[in-house]
Design a protein around this ligand. Sequence first.
Ligand code: 5AD
Length: 432
Amino acid sequence: MTKTFFIETWGCQMNDLDSQRLSGSLKLRGYRRVDTEGEADLILLNTCSIRDKSEQKVFSRLGRLREMKSERELQIGVCGCVAQQEGEAILHRAPWVDFVMGPGNVGHLDQILSGDRRVAIDFPDDRNYDYLAVDRPSATKAQVTIIEGCNKNCTFCIVPTTRGREVSRPFDDVLREVRAAVESGRVEIELLGQTVNAYRCPISGRDFGALLSAVAEIDYVARLRFMTSHPAEVNDSMIAAMRDHENISRYLHLPVQSGSSKILRRMKRLYTREHYLETIARIRQAIPEIHFSTDVIVGFPGETDDDFEQTLSLIAEVRYGSMFAFKYSPRPGTPALKIGAPVDDAIASERLTRVFDLHERIKREHLESYRGRILPVLVEGPSKHDASMLTGRTDYNIVVNFSAAASTPPGSMLGVRIDQAQHHTLRGEAVA
Ligand code: 5AD
């Protein structure tokens, strides 16, 4: 009988893609994917450890799986960043787990399934990247890793531990993968890396801007995005590539983390408030219609009211189209632990609420500003909530639900007149 598997994924785009790779390689081995854990012979938890909360979820999840395992034949694997960070300790804490596999070993699932290794948390030189096996959930979009790991050592961040040192993929490998994805109908490409714009081809030395241009020039790439850029790695070549290629999204996720230069220094972000704002201005000058999104951390050790006010004023100044904000969460082994205690939890919570309130207002104005305009929308398929409508995204990554001929194929680009701004999304009607 064919074996079945179930994957649950937490965390970032890199983890999503790792799950797509795990799923693809299991399917190649004859496994069938199922949607409920109750039907599965193999359960993979692809975990995240960026904040403490994400980590706690994994152990409560494992507690529940223990019962399931006592009732039937079941293999349980912990993958992802909690696996990397805790390693062997997971087997002590939850001995019913069959194997622990870090992000460096996604391409080596065979050795692990064969029972050769129970704990695989190294970063092998050969990462075995079989892009033809990636099980992509979308018929129109493909995510493509261009660089793994991170060499920045932001003092709050666990990623250098969980994802290792930076390794860029060769330029031509990336282009080959993008071409294969486009041939399968995925006309929207998203290039991924923890610090995506630190990309440098290990063979030719070509930089991120060069790669962006080359990918944008592949036939039928309708839209090109990338995640996540580090502000200190933004350079002229990247900006020029964006400016010169219309199919590169006019949208840039540029995490600022804090608006206070003092806190940025303690975080080791390698830029000041002024430098960040200059970078934004430089990009806006080259590409006036660009939109930004960001990540913010509140309650970092030593953050005073004044530091926090600077974060609010920076958000108001940049007017981000969307943003993510988090309370600082101390992570094991990170240098920030030595900087001092986090801000009192009640104060941090209040700051978080103020960030969300401010951004809610900005976002409202932002969404309202589209009313009456015609925006290019890349069609993804029928709308989830209303089957008589289609859904897609604008260049700025905003979801639009709209009426159009039902025969419009996914992957087409349409002009949509926006007539309504909803909570997070827009509504409209396709125009001829
Ligand atoms: N505490 C809170 N937020 C964090 N992030 C990363 N590490 C931490 C931490 N220790 C946030 C940053 C990053 C995003 C992916 O997660 O804002 O950009």
